[in-house]
Design a protein around this ligand. Sequence first.
Ligand code: HEM
Length: 116
Amino acid sequence: MNERINVDSLPCLSREQLSKFNGTDDTKLYVAIKGYVYDVTANSKSYGPGKAYNKLVGKDVGRLLGLNKLQLKEENGRVPDSWDLSDLTEKQLGFIDDWIVFFKMRYPIVAKIEET
Ligand code: HEM
């Protein structure tokens, strides 16, 4: 999976557009990690509406994977962005890289997230 991907030719999605690929607004299920979007639609039994990992779809979830959480709590008066890795430890960043290996093996990369 993904051996022949040319990252320069991937379409770009904004985070707003990505948020629709949640199995409800759009039938497709997308999970992004560190800016790359994986199509997990084939695994709707895990990621579909009402399923355990539906909390991970439609967003860039690096922070969630690094912290091993499905939902982020308020910190200093605001809920951190699910893609914010700025305060993660080396170990937590390593967990994310391990997940990237897993996702790259299992799911096609279909887009990248627009830099904002
Ligand atoms: C009580 C806690 C948890 C249990 C018992 C659990 C259990 C499992 C199981 C059984 C699988 C399937 C493994 C397989 O298909 O071989 C799985 C996959 C997965 N888990 Fe968890 N999990 C837990 C918490 C979490 C949390 C907090 C996260 C969020 C970071 C998470 C993210 C994932 C992801 C992304 C997958 C891969 C799903 C896929 O694409 O197949 N899990 N988990």
